[in-house]
Design a protein around this ligand. Structure first.
Ligand SMILES: [Zn+2]
Length: 126
């Protein structure tokens, strides 16, 4: 499953953050998914559920996904904006010499962690 390998890479990234802050667990995180990232939402949820069973610090995490439209830049007329009709061409001059500036990405954003109190001196306060 394509989605699983994508998520596994992100879990590696998340784990780095968890270690860096000595966090107990991940509370929530946001995922920016470009329209061209070839991600099927249902499969992404499925893959996430699967990983949650395996990784204790992610067991209760909430994953928010934000699907981002494709943005292109035209080399002929300089137009930059969202694509039209799901076509990789300029909606203004119909040119095909365009660069996809956004839409292929899968990015981790706004990771919220639960971090244990480091200055607690053992027992609970009264
Ligand atoms: Zn153009």
């Amino acid at each position: 499953m394509h989605e699983l390998s994508l998520l596994q890479a992100l879990v590696g990234e998340l784990e780095g953050v968890v270690r860096r802050y000595g966090a107990r667990r991940v509370v929530r995180f946001r995922l920016e998914v470009g329209e061209l990232a070839n991600v099927v939402p249902e499969l992404l949820e499925e893959a996430f559920a699967l990983l949650q069973k395996r990784i204790p610090w992610m067991a209760d995490a909430v994953m928010e996904t934000e699907y981002r439209p494709v943005r292109i830049r035209c080399h002929a007329c300089g137009h930059e904006g969202e694509w039209a009709n799901r076509q990789i061409r300029c909606p203004v001059c119909s040119g095909h010499a365009v660069t996809v500036v956004e839409g292929e990405e899968l990015r981790l954003r706004d990771v919220e962690l639960e971090i244990p109190d480091v200055d607690a001196s053992g027992g609970d306060a009264p």
